[in-house]
Design a protein around this ligand. Structure first.
Ligand SMILES: *Cc1c(COP(=O)(O)O)cnc(C)c1O
Length: 386
């Protein structure tokens, strides 16, 4: 080996040093199987991930159909159980068809790559999920960002676009780090005035919002308003995967052209069965959603009383924006010592200076869990002042 430094080592060391200097070094907390902690960081809003009915359905399907799907959908991986789930998801969201993807990240890459190229225009909310930004990049399309939930800013951008260019307006349904909800009706009206399509990624709304847990788009906004709807299955539905819902032409186009759909192994049948079981529970037990919303209301009532910096979010995502990275880490560690896990979210996931505790609530949280969280937050605040 020569004595000169390897350029890759230099490059990696430099990136690591920069990230450490920013106070943004990320670590993966490894959770014990028998962890005595309460989770206020996950996205299992209805407590379905631990429901024995999902696990049982998964095991049964794996025994019957195999642990894996063995091939991609276009080769020999597309089973009746995938077809059945797609029909359920189309029904739930009031769309003619749905197409199953292995993850939400891939669904977003797939849609944007299949729909867009450098001859199309993409307008995205500034706080959209990373996968939406990355999808436009994969497509070779330039995303213009509009100010968060700012319809006037969107209108201004749309007015500049020539009307005969295919144009896509893209927004999260529920914003994953803020918990606020897109104004879908107004976005749809704005997009339509300019002949643009609207795509909503309802990852955090599905199962939580809507009359029947159909999300912030679902049956309330039909496919003429929101031609492209994405939902994920690893959050409130407690399983894994994602889907795109829309009309025949859209789904056919994705099957033909979405590379992240075509060139990947189909979801394992057990995972599909678990999602079907989750949809069954969602339909039969509306009390879970009611209980979740009651949890949210209690958390908000009591944090206001504590004088904590609550946002306007009405969803299970309840951020406490503390500002700087060190403060967020201090609070998160203090809560962890009390057996409470919350998200500690820093730049670049959120803008600099807006580091926050991302607290998420679930129908599975009991009163004692909520008591412990509120006590822990009060202690953080006391120790800060002292
Ligand atoms: C979580 C999330 C995704 C990604 O979904 P996965 O199934 O976890 O890959 C996409 N969009 C939004 C808004 C999300 O919050």
């Amino acid at each position: 080996m020569g004595s000169h430094t390897d350029p890759w080592s230099t490059r990696l060391a430099k990136a690591a040093e920069q990230r450490r200097a920013d106070g943004g070094w990320r670590q993966r907390p490894t959770l014990s199987d028998v962890a005595p902690f309460t989770d206020f960081a996950g996205n299992d809003y209805l407590g379905l991930a631990d429901d024995p009915r999902l696990a049982e359905a998964q095991a049964e399907a794996a025994r019957r159909l195999g642990a894996g799907a063995k091939a991609s959908h276009l080769v020999s991986g597309h089973l009746e159980i995938h077809e059945r789930l797609e029909r359920h998801l189309a029904d739930l969201t009031g769309r003619p068809r749905a197409l199953l993807f292995s993850t939400g990240y891939m669904a977003n890459l797939g849609v944007l790559q299949a729909l867009c190229d450098r001859h199309t225009r993409v307008f995205q909310d500034r706080l959209n999920h990373a996968s939406l930004i990355d999808g436009a990049r994969l497509a070779g399309a330039t995303s213009r960002r509009f100010h968060h939930r700012d319809l006037e800013d969107l209108e201004r951008l749309l007015a500049r676009a020539p009307d005969d260019t295919p144009t896509l307006v893209v927004s999260d349904g529920v914003f994953s780090m803020d918990g606020d909800v897109a104004e879908v009706g107004e976005l749809a009206a704005t997009a339509r005035r300019h002949g643009a399509w609207l795509m909503i990624d309802d990852a955090h709304g599905l199962g939580v919002l809507g009359e029947v847990g159909d999300g912030c788009v679902g049956r309330a906004h039909d496919r003429r308003e929101v031609p492209v709807l994405v939902g994920t299955l690893g959050k409130a539905l407690g399983s894994a995967g994602a889907f795109v819902a829309g009309d025949e032409a859209l789904i056919d186009h994705l099957i033909q052209f979405a590379r992240p759909y075509v060139y990947t192994t189909a979801q394992p049948p057990g995972v599909v069965a678990a999602t079907l079981a989750a949809l069954d529970v969602l339909a039969r037990e509306p009390e879970r959603r009611a209980r979740l919303h009651e949890r949210i209301a209690r958390f908000r009532r009591e944090t206001v009383t504590l004088g904590l910096p609550l946002t306007g979010s009405r969803t299970p995502i309840q951020p406490l924006v503390l500002g700087d990275n060190a403060r967020v880490m201090r609070w998160a560690e203090r809560l962890a010592r009390a057996g409470l896990r919350v998200g500690a979210i820093r730049a670049p996931t959120v803008p600099k200076g807006e580091a926050r505790l991302r607290i998420t609530l679930s129908a599975a949280h009991g009163d004692d869990a909520l008591d412990a969280l509120l006590d822990g937050l009060a202690a953080c605040q006391r120790e800060e002042v002292a």
